[in-house]
Design a protein around this ligand. Sequence first.
Ligand code: SF4
Ligand code: SF4
Ligand code: SF4
Length: 298
Amino acid sequence: MSLAYPQNKSQQLFDPRRWVRSLASMDRRKKIRYALMAFGVLALAPPVGFLAQLFGGSMFCGPLCPRMAIGMDFLRELSSRTAGVILLFIWFGITFFFGRWACSHFCPVGALTEFGSKLVPNRFKIDYAGIVHAPLFRYGFLIAFVGLPILGLGSICCGYCNLSTIPEAFGVLFAPLAGTGLLMGSRLVSVVLYGGALGIAAREGRGHCQLVCPVGALDSLINVIGARLPFTFRMRVKKDNCISCGVCVEGCPAHAIKMNETNNVPEIDYHRCYQCRQCQTDCPTDTFSITRLKEGAS
Ligand code: SF4
Ligand code: SF4
Ligand code: SF4
């Protein structure tokens, strides 16, 4: 199995003309998605992070992190993190009813590495979801992430948390002196690992989303549960439209689409799908749409 994903071999390193061309020809859905992702970065990541600053933080971490209450005086700590709990409820509520819009269209952490990955030519990127069973890996990581603070090892979680490391490393670009702590021990390892290998060097910059993000893992579980209910909206397949060309399978950055061996039409794995809408853009026959579970769409 190839490590890298389908790519254009003639692609040049840091080719600004290619970026301008691809921006001009970009599909409307993607333009809207990128605009919302940029808003998420301004709202929750340094150096601006205006929403985080409202609650005394400078990023998607610290006072906004409910995980930090685990292993401490849980209820008291949680009550001092009300903004983070509310944010998480809104995030997961959107996912339950409408799918993973927050991860694909708003999260500043996924956005930073996805934007950063545009600097790396596709031939150097790694397609992690095609190599390992990403959901299993991520759920295992979630168990460790919740279990370690109970054992009094919560500081390890912070040291190896993509949600704290990636925005912090981005913020250092604007305030280099603030980054001395990032250059030591586990923090440096996680910057290189999450920002580099699992970040900008990953397919669509989403390797850390697929393998190690604790919020992403919970979000996927809620996505799967909600997808089974008739009143929720998800990316779904209108089987009758499909001509079985396989373009969607190749194009899905999360490896969430497989062809059903019996009828040769696609099926979506909601443990993997983060509702990026690439399949909607790629499919020549409008087989994908965000809709409720109903006859003709599964
Ligand atoms: S998986 Fe985690 S880092 Fe990725 S978009 Fe979702 S919350 Fe953000
Ligand atoms: S791209 Fe569209 S037509 Fe082709 S296999 Fe996928 S759903 Fe079917
Ligand atoms: S391409 Fe489609 S199936 Fe794949 S992650 Fe994006 S929305 Fe989900």
